[in-house]
Design a protein around this ligand. Structure first.
Ligand code: IPM
Ligand code: MG
Length: 354
């Protein structure tokens, strides 16, 4: 496994380092440590401030040589918001055609959720977010900019290919996940208002769904979904949704699983030779840089996802079990500075649990 590690900005490199620590430990235990090759890439805000570019011109070509990528975080206090997000995160997602954004929502034992009376068995679903289209394409423009007559357009683009591959991936995942409570895929969209783009999603969902008679199909409008996620998260098994709505519901989901210190995601290109990128969902939290206060569980969770996707499901489960042991028995809280341990001590605890 040839892995590029992009620590990124702020506390990104610190949490990524804990992920790498756990990755090396599990590889040793599972006997594939000799096959592990890690390469650090110093891409991000500091590089942007020094050279004017966040990543080299041939970044995509360089990354294609790796099997996958572990990302720390992007966001630098001295760089205008939006630049690094687009340059680093979105350009890599688009450039490597990582068309699935996979966001497992699982409440680990011992982790506090803001939802009253909800237990780990109630919060365990996964969001498949389309990751290359929609309002994220950057299609649009201005007319009469800066004048009282200004017009701004931002166009949501949906393609049959784009929604079909996301929907198909979600059905396959649902089948594989084989939830003992019942296999169910919920499409989340807004078909009552977005009567063209989401009509395409709806029809594609019906057509592809016909190939999966064993899977229950459900549909939520996105606004209703936001209510149900809070009231009855146990309703969900797998959700498939568009890029923009997926962005919103995954933060809502992230907080019910214990917040950004725990939540992880994968930007996946499942095709043969595709290069996927795994990341903790928390931001770069620059003010905490070097303080050891940030929770690395999310980055370690990202490593478990990486292992699973790279064909090491046993090692992935081992990491997941170790995480749950640590959250259940050691950590006081998942919030920055309140864990009862430093960033690196939490990494050590997970290694010990392994
Ligand atoms: C996410 C993030 C990104 C997104 C930002 C940082 C561009 O919120 O991965 O969910 O909107 O996709
Ligand atoms: Mg988001």
């Amino acid at each position: 496994m040839n892995i590029a590690v992009i620590g990124g900005d702020g506390t990104g490199p610190e949490v990524a380092a804990e992920g790498v620590k756990v990755l090396k430990a599990v590889a040793k235990l599972e006997g594939f440590d000799k096959d592990l090759k890690l390469t650090d890439l110093d891409w991000g805000g500091d590089r942007y401030l020094k050279t004017g570019e966040a990543l080299p011109a041939d970044a995509i070509d360089q990354l294609r040589k790796f099997d996958c990528i572990l990302l720390g975080a992007v966001g630098h206090p001295d760089v205008k918001p939006g630049i690094l997000e687009r340059k680093l995160l979105l350009d890599l997602r688009f450039g490597l055609d990582q068309y699935i954004n996979l966001r497992p929502v699982k409440l680990f034992p011992g982790v506090e959720t803001p939802l009253k009376d909800k237990k780990p068995e109630d919060i365990d679903f996964i969001v498949v977010r389309e990751n290359t289209e929609d309002l994220y394409c950057g299609a649009g423009g201005f007319m009469h900019k800066g004048t009282p007559n200004e017009v701004a357009t931002q166009t949501a683009i949906y393609t049959r290919k784009g929604c079909e591959r996301a929907i198909r991936y979600a059905f396959e995942l649902c089948k594989k996940r084989n939830n003992p409570k019942g296999k169910k895929l919920t499409l989340v969209a807004k078909t009552n208002v977005l009567t063209t783009g989401h009509d395409l999603w709806w029809r594609t969902f019906q057509e592809v769904g016909a190939e999966y008679p064993e899977i229950e199909k459900d549909y939520n409008h996105v606004d209703a979904c936001c209510m149900w996620i809070v009231k009855n998260p146990e309703f969900y098994d797998v959700i498939v949704t568009t890029n923009m709505f997926g962005d919103i519901i995954t933060d809502l989901s992230g907080i019910i699983q214990g917040g950004m210190g725990v939540a992880a995601g994968g930007n996946i290109n499942p095709d043969k030779g595709g290069v996927s990128m795994f990341e903790p969902m928390g931001g770069s939290a620059p003010k905490y840089t070097g303080t050891g206060k940030i929770n690395p569980i999310a980055a370690i969770n990202a490593v478990s996802m990486l292992l699973d996707q790279q064909g090491h499901p046993k090692a992935a489960k081992r990491v997941m079990d170790a995480i749950m042991k640590v959250t259940a028995t050691k950590m006081k809280s998942q919030n920055a500075g309140k864990m009862g341990y430093t960033t690196s001590e939490v990494g050590d605890l997970v290694v010990e649990a392994l």
